[in-house]
Design a protein around this ligand. Structure first.
Ligand code: HEC
Length: 307
């Protein structure tokens, strides 16, 4: 089955979820979903160019360079998009976008040049935690941004096939991933994986948009204790850079770990702007500096997964 057909299956199910009355929709996205016949996945109206806006929750590049993505309001059901190769680079996970396009078969075909980035790195939560057991039938949450908890990856590297089977409590789940992950080491330790459920080849899968270590909450508490969070937000630029931007910058730099540990000890300036970061070496013990830097660098998966 081609990727586009997989996506059609996905939207058909998203539309079914709508028919069964899933909650909270953004008005415009609601309008678009109403145009799709839940039984067949076919659009009733293929002439109108629908203007919609929302946050990109997941994306995947097809072999021909077009991008399949999912745009959704916080906590709501999303609309799958098919975006031209030219507009593809604007489709970045967690960016807020406005765009327009007519419905094709189950997918909003985004009009070339219509994509406007309204804001970047918008944090959105409302991801309901789910175990692997749930993926036996994830139909009730198709098109929603969910969290698959406590996942372990098989040891080794990604193979570039664009998918991987991971273990969770109560079973296995297939994750859908960019083929550009090929040859990267899988994430270390148990992860929570965020993304959009969709059906392909008869099974429910997760189009993965984010991996975060299961210890993310504890690390956030440690960063709060050491006052990092008074200047930094993991997702949004504050006095200091967003951690996901720091991690994206250093995603392929093996020397970054040592340099960032030194930054906590000695402080620094000029890399992200003119505001300096104060030295915190007397306050943050060496072992905590390492934990915090490994945590910050863990946000690099956000960048890698949206390649
Ligand atoms: C008083 C505000 C403030 C506090 C507190 C603070 N930072 Fe920063 N941080 C900054 C600023 C400003 C920058 C950007 C500095 C620059 O441009 O070089 C920065 C940069 C960074 C960077 C990127 C460094 C690089 O080389 O790109 C990391 C990582 C970082 N901080 C982690 C931390 C951690 C972990 C803590 C807590 C232990 C912390 N920060 C506490 C303001 C702060």
């Amino acid at each position: 089955m081609s990727d586009i057909l997989r996506w059609r299956t996905f939207l058909t199910t998203a539309a079914l979820a709508l028919a069964f009355g899933s909650s909270v929709f953004g008005a415009a996205i609601d309008e678009v979903l109403k145009q799709i016949d839940p039984a067949t996945g076919k659009a009733k109206d293929t002439a109108t160019a629908f203007p919609i806006s929302g946050i990109i929750s997941a994306r995947a590049t097809l072999a021909d360079g077009q991008v399949l993505a999912d745009v959704q309001p916080t906590g709501g059901t999303g609309v799958p998009l098919l975006v031209s190769k030219a507009d593809g680079p604007k489709i970045v996970v967690r960016n807020e976008l406005s765009l327009t396009g007519p419905l094709g078969f189950s997918v909003l075909k985004v009009k070339e040049g219509s994509v406007t980035v309204a804001a970047t790195n918008k944090a959105f939560g409302a991801a309901e935690p789910r175990g692997a057991e749930f993926f036996k039938d994830a139909g009730s949450l198709a098109g929603r941004y969910v969290q698959l908890t406590n996942v372990t990856f098989p040891a080794g590297k990604f193979d570039g096939s664009g998918k991987i089977k991971v273990k969770g409590a109560g079973g296995e789940v297939t994750l859908h991933l960019p083929a550009t992950l090929k040859e990267r080491e899988v994430p270390a330790g148990p992860q929570n994986v965020f993304g959009v459920p969709f059906k392909a080849d008869g099974e429910w899968r997760l189009l993965a948009a984010r991996f975060l270590s299961v210890s993310n909450k504890a690390n956030l508490a440690l960063a709060t204790k050491h006052t990092c969070i008074s200047c930094h937000n993991p997702d949004i630029k504050a006095v200091g850079p967003a951690y996901r931007d720091v991690a994206a910058k250093f995603k392929d730099d093996p020397g970054a770990r040592a340099a960032l540990i030194a930054q906590i000890e000695k402080g620094g300036t000029g890399k992200w702007g003119i505001v300096p970061m104060p030295p915190l070496g007397t306050k943050v013990p060496p072992a905590d500096r390492e934990v915090l830097v490994d945590w910050v660098l863990g946000y690099r998966w956000d960048a890698i997964l949206s390649e």
